[in-house]
Design a protein around this ligand. Structure first.
Ligand code: AMP
Ligand code: MG
Length: 348
């Protein structure tokens, strides 16, 4: 049995986990910075980096203690090396390098997105490559063919905003605070999704990509109309927004399924994959295509270190590790060969 210590610090979660090659999470701890950033309505990179620096070392110690292990007992140390907020990424990666050097263990630098992309295999031992992955998070909205460790084909991406960003901005407009996604989902459950007409950008389009900027602006106009007496509520806006987002996801994923080769499953991952309405719409889509549907448990969807440790387990099994001078990367696309797409805010 081999055990990997995973470290995650790319955004506003400081996390450590111990995961075995037998898919057992021996221990995991997450220190959320929600409270730290709430007054600002979003993550402040400098404050995030300081909070990671203060919290990470005691968190790793506590995680090892939870599993009754010492650093000498682990087989490798895996840390997120990007993409993300560079200050936080550097805190995690430098800590991992120091531990690897002190304990003479291999260092494995993990692409955070690969952590999300492979996490469904930690939860589901039956999930084999290749699978079609919808990766939906605060910074990304992509459809990927996952062919193996480090082998990704990007089939679609957003030409403007990520879906999590659209959820967060909708939450802000509706006065729901930060973080917005779960609050929008809760409010949507009480609303009528047919009340507010909203656009479905790029639905039915020949190109494979996503767009959410127009939807976001339409939500803003709907809120202004509501304030002037249009006959609907905040809950109706939330429900209508969520339904428009689902229609976009389903349409684009259906298009990808039509054009991609044989796949073993349809998989959803990333923070937005915590949304139950989105999960059940994708489950229906998978059933239509007689495909298995895999969505990791909620705790593996939002940022966590178990997925980083698991990506480390997969890389270690292939004999891979990284030199101690490897650099942190603020940008790090999963498919480096994917073409840039049109749109102002090109996201990798
Ligand atoms: P990540 O970028 O993977 O850390 O995911 C964070 C993003 O996921 C944020 O934009 C959240 O608003 C979003 N998110 C989290 N939970 C939900 C949810 N239940 N519904 C929609 N979005 C969510
Ligand atoms: Mg993430």
């Amino acid at each position: 049995m081999r055990t990997v210590l995973g470290i995650e610090s790319s955004c506003d979660e400081t996390a450590a986990a111990l995961v075995t090659d037998g898919r057992v999470i021996l221990a995991q701890r997450i220190a959320s910075q929600d409270e730290v950033h709430r007054p600002y309505g979003g993550v402040v990179p400098e404050i995030a980096a300081r909070a990671h620096a203060e919290r990470l070392a005691p968190l790793i110690e506590a995680t090892l203690a939870d599993a009754n292990m010492r650093l000498e007992d682990v087989d490798a140390i895996a840390a997120t090396a990007g993409p993300g907020l560079i200050g936080g990424v550097m805190v995690g990666l430098v800590t991992a390098k120091a531990l690897a050097m002190a304990a003479d263990k291999p260092l494995i630098a993990i692409n955070h997105l690969e952590g999300h992309a492979l996490s469904p295999r930690l939860a589901d031992p039956g999930l084999e490559y290749p699978y079609l992955l919808l990766l939906v998070s605060g910074g990304h909205c992509q459809i990927l063919g996952v062919e193996g460790v480090g082998r990704f084909r990007r089939l679609a991406t957003t030409i403007d905003d990520a879906l999590g960003e659209a959820f967060d901005k909708t939450a802000k407009l509706l006065g729901l605070g930060y973080p917005g996604g779960p609050a929008v989902e809760r409010l949507a459950a009480r609303g009528d999704a047919r009340k507010v007409p909203l656009p479905r950008p790029l639905v039915g389009s020949d190109e494979p990509h996503f767009s959410f900027a127009g939807l976001k602006s339409a939500v803003m106009r709907a809120k202004q109309a509501m304030d002037k007496g249009a006959g609907y509520t905040e809950a109706d806006i939330a429900a209508s927004f969520q339904q428009a987002a689902i229609d976009c996801l389903v349409d684009r994923t259906r298009r990808a399924l039509k054009n991609v080769g044989e796949m073993n499953a349809l998989v959803v991952a990333g923070g937005v994959a915590a949304n139950q309405a989105i999960r059940s719409a994708l489950e229906t889509l998978a059933a239509e295509h007689r495909l298995a549907f895999v969505a990791p448990p909620l705790a593996l969807c939002t940022d966590n270190a178990a997925m980083i440790a698991w990506a480390g387990v997969e890389r270690l099994a292939l004999g891979q590790s990284d030199p101690l001078d490897i650099a942190a990367r603020p940008r790090w696309p999963l498919d480096p060969d994917a073409e840039a797409v049109r749109g102002a805010g090109v996201k990798a």
